[in-house]
Design a protein around this ligand. Sequence first.
Ligand code: TRP
Length: 365
Amino acid sequence: MSKIILTGDRPTGQLHIGHYVGSLRRRVELQNSGDWDEIYIMIADAQALTDNADNPDKVRQNILEVALDYLAVGLDPEKSTLFIQSQIPELTELTFYYMNLVTVARLQRNPTVKSELKMRNFKGGSIPVGFFAYPISQAADITAFQATAVPVGEDQEPMLEQCREIVHSFNSIYGEALTMPNIMLPDNAACLRLPGTDGTAKMSKSLGNCIYLAESPEGIRKKVMSMFTDPDHLRVEDPGKTEGNPVFIYLEAFSRPEYFAEFCPDYQDLAEMKAHYERGGLGDVKVKKFLNSCLQAELEPIRKRREEYQKDIGYVYEVLRKGSMAAEQKAAETLGKVKKAMRIDYFSDEELIRAQTEKYQAASN
Ligand code: TRP
């Protein structure tokens, strides 16, 4: 069986370092490992519209931003198919058929839908059907490409669970047409989820606590130097907490031994730096300056590459157009199998015409 990856992002803003450590960095590694037969990376504009129906222009503008971020981190259109969800009509068609396999009660129980409903405060009866059903459309995204692995953050676990249920129901009712996908969670614990620079659980544009991949050097510095740390670490001599301290969580994700040698030779590695902070005697400013150096070193090549692609937007759209054509071909193959399994392949089923011809011939004899 082919090893196939599918994953994607909603185009609702530029991607930030949370996306980078949570998924983008991993995708590039997977891409370059040569272990995968096919890799599909989707800009999920149709899904973004399920809760941005009144703001299509935001979605439209951010398709390019996300594509630039993809190329900037090193996703390579020669190795990974980069495409736009809405340009693949087969996905909508699959969604419609999968809807028959999912109950309203099951969607209501989906924890991601539940928490998003709260966050976006659609009140009472005002939940758009499209939003409510987006886990089904996500199952279409995954199965259309016969994905065996879906690298996503832990927040997407309920989506994968729901997708696997749909695959199971489909295959048991209609016969094995769909591939069972597996979630692929980030491996390094620090990569699971970066908190915001303000210490809140998640980076989010509306909270203004993100560091973007395209952030300017000065922007990075300002945001790092004003980061939340351990609120009880008041004086340099005080012992400090590193656990749950965003500055140390970021260092966990971005520092490398060679950065210590280069930017902060007082310590061999992060363990030593942490021990000093916990003992007392290491001030926040010094740690933040080191974090700033690490982030500058990590983000500079990404920003430089982005600037190059920004000079040729036509090329970026061409990448997406070609990717979408290739993706559609793959999705059409799956849709063909699905329709055959569901017995709605009337015109390509010669047996159907023959049997019905015979039936009426028999009747008229
Ligand atoms: N739900 C994902 C997000 O919010 C985006 C997405 C849409 C996706 N379809 C997908 C991710 C299929 C993985 C597989 O970021």
